[in-house]
Structures are given as C-alpha cells and as structure tokens.
Design a protein around this ligand. Structure first.
Ligand SMILES: [Cu+2]
Length: 228
C-alpha cells in the first residue's frame, strides 16, 4: 500500500475507534422489542430519552430535543438511593418560579396533568420506563416533585426547538455538547498525530544510505547463477 494511503487508513482507524467509544450510550435501554439505542434520526420518529438520577440533586439526560409527534421512550435510571420523580410539565414556554415548593408543584400538576410522571424508587440500579408522544412545538420543563429537590432538580426538553439559552447548568443537552466537543478534539489530535508520524517516517525512508552512515548495499542478483 503506498504510504499516503497507509497513513490515511491509520488516521481513519483511529477516528473510527474514537467514535465507537464515544457513541456507546451511558445508559443502555433494556426495551427488548425496540430498536437499539440511539439519539433520534430525522426519519425515525422515535426518541430514546435516557435520564439518570442519583443522590446529587440533578438530572442527567442524553438529549435535549425531540420532534412534535415523535414516540418518546423514557428510561430513568436510579444511580443512588433517594426517591425522585421525573415529572414533565404540559405547558410550553413555562418554567416554575425557583421559589416554588414541592406543594406548589403538586398543586400545579393537579390542574395541569403532566405529560409524564415517573416515580423513581430508591433501589440503586433500578430502571423506570414511560412512553409519551412529543407535544406541540415549544420548550417544556421537567422537575422532581420530592420536597426540597426543586429547583436543583429541573431541566428543559425542547419539542421542535432547542431548549437554547433557557437551559440550566443541569439542563438537557449539556452531556451531548461535552461528548461532541470531545470527539472533535480527539479527531483533530488523531489527524495531527497521523500527519506528524507519517512525515517523520517519510523523511527516514527517503534519506540516502550514504547520509545514514553505511554504504549502499550491493544489489542482489536477479537470477540465480546458471549451473555450468
Ligand atoms: Cu428528586
């Protein structure tokens, strides 16, 4: 294989390996009847929203945006031992005042039925599931209604629009940005390393033998000497 191709192939292999590692989902869904995990593709109309909670009062999610009408499969994984809820508000563009107490939230949801309301039990490693149809275009807030957990435990899900600047530090999308930033960084590093290594190797191979301090080897005979 000519050297430039070998170098390009090596760089591609590195990139493929990096992407392969980065795309492994942090929370693997266990729906047996559903397709393999993945972030939504435009044509699929199916989203896997993976949420994890722990004893830190925060939600971690894999995606921040779905599309109206999509079938959304939610998996909430309990990584700690404190009960939580994943309660998605039905009201587009509305975020709860950060002074709201758990009973304020509960009162609101008694007159505005949440899109989804998952009770997350205390067993470490347990997974909780729900499905819903993504609502009309807008940004929707999800909260935990356990006493004292709001406003720390809240985040935004966009339907047909990005949560954008409304997103909080713990809001949806942040892990996705971190992962894509890491991928881009590693790809650039792999390309630069591949180029530098290829260049140095090329220099050594093209160096004339006398410059390397040993005489040019006598060419081997192309045919064995014929027997008399
Ligand atoms: Cu909570």
């Amino acid at each position: 294989m000519p050297r430039p191709y070998a170098r390009a192939a090596a760089a591609l292999l590195i990139v493929a390996a990096v992407l392969g590692i980065a795309l492994v989902p942090s929370v693997a869904p266990t729906h047996s009847a559903l397709p393999a995990s993945g972030v939504r593709t435009a044509a699929s109309g199916v989203d896997f929203l993976n949420v994890s909670v722990s004893d830190q009062l925060a939600f971690t999610t894999n995606i921040g945006e779905v599309q109206p009408g999509d079938s959304v499969h939610v998996t909430v994984t309990q990584l700690g031992t404190i009960p939580h809820t994943f309660t998605l508000s039905p009201t587009a563009g509305y975020t709860f005042p950060t002074t709201d107490t758990a009973s304020d939230l509960t009162a609101y949801f008694s007159s505005h039925a949440p899109i989804v309301n998952i009770q997350v039990g205390a067993t470490t490693g347990a997974k909780f599931y729900a499905n819903f149809t993504a609502p009309a275009v807008g940004v929707y807030e999800y909260v935990c209604t356990e006493p004292g957990h709001f406003p720390s435990m809240s985040g935004l899900l966009g339907s047909g629009e990005a949560p954008g600047s409304l997103s909080t530090a713990n809001g949806p999308g942040a892990p996705v940005y971190i992962i894509s930033g890491t991928i881009v960084g590693l790809v650039i590093l792999a390309l630069v390393l591949g180029f530098v290594v290829g260049k140095r190797r090329g220099a050594a191979e093209e160096m004339p033998p006398e410059r390397l301090g040993y005489p040019e080897p006598t060419p081997a005979p192309t045919q064995p000497p014929k027997a008399p």
